[in-house]
Design a protein around this ligand. Structure first.
Ligand code: HEM
Length: 148
């Protein structure tokens, strides 16, 4: 385990890089859904949105989430980094699972669009776009400031 302690700052840097990529894609995907709502099913525009959404999710968001979890868990098992008698690790874990849950919903809405079976409005996706934003702000404050 001592290699983890030696590599702590590198692992944290890789964690933050993968979190940035995960968040960038997660904040962009619902914007595509907002505009996709106006594209006629079967139209060239709608088919183009489908390709963009699939590549963004599978090429960036999913791998970045996997990497954020991998490096985050390596940080958790690094001796001396997380003291579970504090409150911040539990708060962060709960919010990270909420972030993973909204990721799951975004993925299922992509499938609906891919099958020309979208069920929600532009305003619904605008509102959903705010959820990862609020979670992101809360997670970064909790893990950097460690209030409790
Ligand atoms: C995916 C599951 C995640 C796990 C298991 C995890 C775990 C961790 C751990 C154990 C640390 C080290 C804390 C320290 O060095 O004191 C850390 C640092 C950090 N995490 Fe995560 N994290 C995850 C997701 C996220 C997400 C989604 C965000 C932001 C949206 C985030 C932002 C950060 C930041 C900014 C740091 C650096 C904090 C500092 O240097 O003070 N993490 N993470």
């Amino acid at each position: 385990m001592t290699w983890l302690v030696d590599a702590y700052l590198w692992i944290k840097a890789l964690h933050i890089i993968s979190v940035i990529a995960w968040m960038a894609g997660t904040l962009y995907l619902p914007r595509l859904y907002v505009y996709h709502c106006d594209a006629e099913p079967g139209s060239v525009q709608s088919e183009t949105f489908k390709v963009m959404e699939r590549r963004l999710l599978r090429g960036i968001i999913n791998p970045a989430m996997f990497a954020a979890f991998l490096f985050g868990i390596l940080l958790i098992v690094t001796p001396g980094v997380v003291d579970w008698s504090d409150t911040w690790p539990w708060l962060k874990t709960a919010l990270v699972f909420a972030m993973a849950a909204i990721h799951g919903f975004f993925a299922s809405w992509r499938r609906h669009f891919a099958n020309d079976a979208n069920r929600h409005s532009r305003n619904f996706y605008r509102a959903m776009n705010e959820v990862p934003t609020v979670l992101l702000v809360a997670i970064v404050i909790i893990v950097v400031v460690k209030p409790t």
